[in-house]
Design a protein around this ligand. Structure first.
Ligand code: GLA
Ligand code: ZN
Length: 683
């Protein structure tokens, strides 16, 4: 899946030569203030800003009336920036459209699930199918490409903005029917895959099918699952249209689209083929809980984004101060912005870009943090900290373009999440899928290892450990891939609620985890859902081969199994299933299959992976990782770059291993809270 030839060639093409520093800039809001536009560039240079993203919401200025184009101002801005050594990421403006277009062609506006058409307003609310909208976007993108696509200052295309949402208009519904026909071929095949005999929902033809609706079909899980998939495919098809228009206009520059934090509306793994580089927008709520916990959360998202293409990505947006759209918009304490920015780089980003460079004077984001605020001066805490980030990125220039190799991976699959959320199973309040993934992710990171966050499409053979928590859905024979992985020497960790349904959410018959009964040496019999206030315990079996010895709490879900041929590592400590196996192991082929039957607490996973990682012989770059310290490794052909960050609220002692040289941060053993140190080693 990753590392194929085309991607490697593409990756070579994307050479920025420096870490990108800058962000979203909306000069169209200041065209009547040339003094401000001039001053902005002076400030950018002072803050070591070398890249700006423009044009993101500029359509109404670029085409004020239908067919009357006005691109001169944009060209002038790009020119002025370029003269000062500042590159441009050029956006297509399709994320919001002018009023005249909505008035003349209502079909460009989105329809909600209740099949009512939206009014003009807001943004990100267009139909992905409307031929008129596609044509208008095409014309605009092609023109931008012709006029500005070969400007030496332009380095990358930013397609639209934060793709999301779905449209239920008749045009989109028709496309959905065609999509289903293409997928299933015959209506009989669809009926049997979707189990429509249940409640008499059998379809006689594809024409009868409606998208899910709050007033209509909403419990046919397979329909909803396919609708979600269709929405992703429709969005990608729309992106392809934009890219084609750019290519028609003559530009061959790479393209990106800015993705969002744990966004559940789209299956981002499918973006790997349409984007040349992945980018995303990161807005963690720092200081809400311990910084380390937020760092783990953000770190997992960085790794998820990086793993889409297994290439360096871009941090496209982040806030240099406080956002204005969260319930509570807390300031970042001194040093937090620098640490958060370098965290992105530590996880494979070749940029730190902000939303926004210059705060808008009005409308909904007038109080969103910015590099230059309404006051308009450089003597602010934010400006000073942004400048520090710029200096740090210059010091880390040589890291740009370096890759990350991970010896371990955690499966976090969007389709699986959709299926779990709809399943109507043991805990409809919350199955805690994301949390289960995050616990395993955190435990692996605590070993000081790079971790890939993968989907069901990723190749597994390069990993020493694959954690596949709650892999409820085995799509396209995934069970066979997992089985073969363990047989060939991998350590596979599966859990409760694994291998229950196929890719259309149809339950497997004959026992679960489907296809792995022999490999795991067990079959599940029942699963107990716990009330929020209940807990159970896993008690270690004396003398188990892994040497795990503690007692750990588990909550939410406790699965019961019948062991046929596996070593029991832990047993339940409470309830009627006291003494029943909860953690097991089987040496299978050249590898291992571990099974964790309950939603265990974090401490279990930390201890477990400490021991399991040893068993596989993985060498972590640092022998000892203090609690709440983060370690990641980037590398290129010549060097390794070890990033160490202290997210604890107290100092930590982290010695510099002899073979490394410090290229960023203090070299003494004691690391202050939020300190970053980057070490380099020749290969
Ligand atoms: C998103 C959008 C930006 C802006 C920021 C504010 O990431 O892409 O246009 O609204 O949020 O945080
Ligand atoms: Zn539509």
């Amino acid at each position: 899946y990753h590392g194929n030839k085309k991607e490697i060639e593409m990756a070579k093409k994307i050479e920025y030569g420096r870490m990108l520093h800058g962000g979203d800039y909306n000069p169209e809001q200041w065209l009547d203030r040339p003094d401000i536009l001039k001053k902005d560039i002076e400030y950018f240079k002072k803050a070591h800003i070398n890249t700006v993203s423009v044009g993101i919401f500029s359509w109404a200025v670029l085409e004020p009336e239908e067919g009357k184009y006005n691109l001169g101002w944009l060209e002038e801005i790009i020119d002025n920036l370029y003269k000062e050594g500042i590159s441009t990421i050029l956006a297509t403006p399709s994320g919001a459209r002018p009023k005249w277009m909505a008035d003349k062609y209502p079909e460009v506006l989105r329809m909600d699930p209740d099949r009512t058409r939206r009014f003009f307003g807001g943004r990100h609310n267009h139909c992905y199918t409307s031929p008129v909208y596609r044509q208008k976007v095409h014309d605009m993108d092609k023109l931008l490409s012709q006029r500005l696509g070969s400007h030496p200052g332009v380095i990358l295309w930013h397609i639209s903005n934060e793709f999301g949402g779905e449209c239920y208009c008749p045009l989109c519904q028709q496309k959905f029917r065609e999509w289903l026909k293409e997928k299933y071929g015959t209506i009989e095949k669809l009926n049997s895959s979707w189990c429509t005999t249940f409640w008499s929902h059998i379809y006689n033809s594809f024409d009868q099918i409606e998208a899910p609706s709050p007033k209509g079909e909403n419990e046919l899980h397979a329909l909803k699952l396919d609708w979600n998939r269709f929405v992703t495919d429709r969005t990608i098809d729309f992106i392809k249209g934009e890219v084609a228009a750019i290519r028609e206009g003559g530009s061959e520059l790479p393209v990106t689209a800015n993705l969002m934090y744990d966004y559940n509306g789209l299956d981002y793994k499918k973006f790997r083929d349409v984007l040349d580089v992945v980018s995303w927008d990161n807005y963690p709520g720092w200081h809400k809980k311990e910084e380390y916990l937020t760092a783990i959360d953000a770190g997992m998202q960085h790794d998820l984004m990086r793993s889409i293409k297994n290439q360096p990505f871009l941090l496209m947006e982040s806030c240099p101060s406080a956002t204005n759209w969260k319930p509570i918009n807390k300031l970042k304490k001194p040093g937090m912005m620098l640490a958060a920015s370098l965290q992105a780089v530590a996880h494979g980003s070749d940029s730190v870009l902000y939303f926004q460079l210059h705060q808008s004077q009005g409308a909904s984001e007038k109080f969103h943090g910015a590099v230059i605020d309404h006051y308009g001066g450089e003597d602010t805490r934010v400006f000073k900290e942004v400048t520090e980030v710029g200096e740090a990125l210059e010091a880390l220039k040589e890291v740009c373009g370096s890759q990350m190799k991970s010896p371990v991976a955690v499966l976090y699959d969007r389709e699986n999440n959709w299926a779990i959320q709809d399943a109507q199973g043991p805990r409809n309040e919350n199955m805690f899928y994301t949390e289960a993934v995050q616990k395993q992710y955190r435990a692996l990171r605590e070993q000081g290892l790079n971790v890939d966050v993968i989907s069901m499409e990723h190749e597994l053979s390069s990993y020493k450990i694959v954690a596949a928590p709650m892999a409820y859905m085995f799509k396209d024979g995934y069970e066979e891939r997992l089985r073969a992985y363990a047989e060939n020497g991998g350590t596979l960790v599966i859990t409760y609620w694994t291998g229950l349904v196929d890719g259309t959410d149809k339950c497997f018959l004959g026992g679960t985890p489907y296809g792995l009964l022999e490999a795991a040496g067990l079959r599940t019999t029942e699963i107990d859902a716990l009330y929020d206030w209940e807990e159970n315990h896993g008690i270690s079996e004396p003398g188990n081969h892994l040497g795990i010895s503690g007692t750990y709490t588990c909550k939410n879900l406790c699965e019961l199994v019948k062991v046929s041929d596996a070593e029991v590592l832990m047993r339940y400590g409470d309830d009627f299933y006291t003494g029943a196996p909860v953690v097991t192991h089987k040496a299978y082929g050249k590898g291992h299959v571990y099974y964790v039957g309950a939603d265990m607490e974090q401490a279990f996973y930390s201890d477990f992976y400490g021991k399991a990682a040893k068993e596989t012989g993985i060498q972590a770059p640092l022998g000892f990782v203090p609690a709440e310290v983060s370690v990641t490794l980037r590398e290129n052909q010549e060097n390794e770059y070890l990033f160490i960050q202290n997210y604890a609220r107290e100092t930590k002692a982290v010695p510099v291993p002899a073979e490394y040289e410090v290229i960023y941060g203090a070299a003494d053993e004691i690391m202050q809270p939020l300190a970053t140190r980057v070490l380099k080693k020749k290969k």
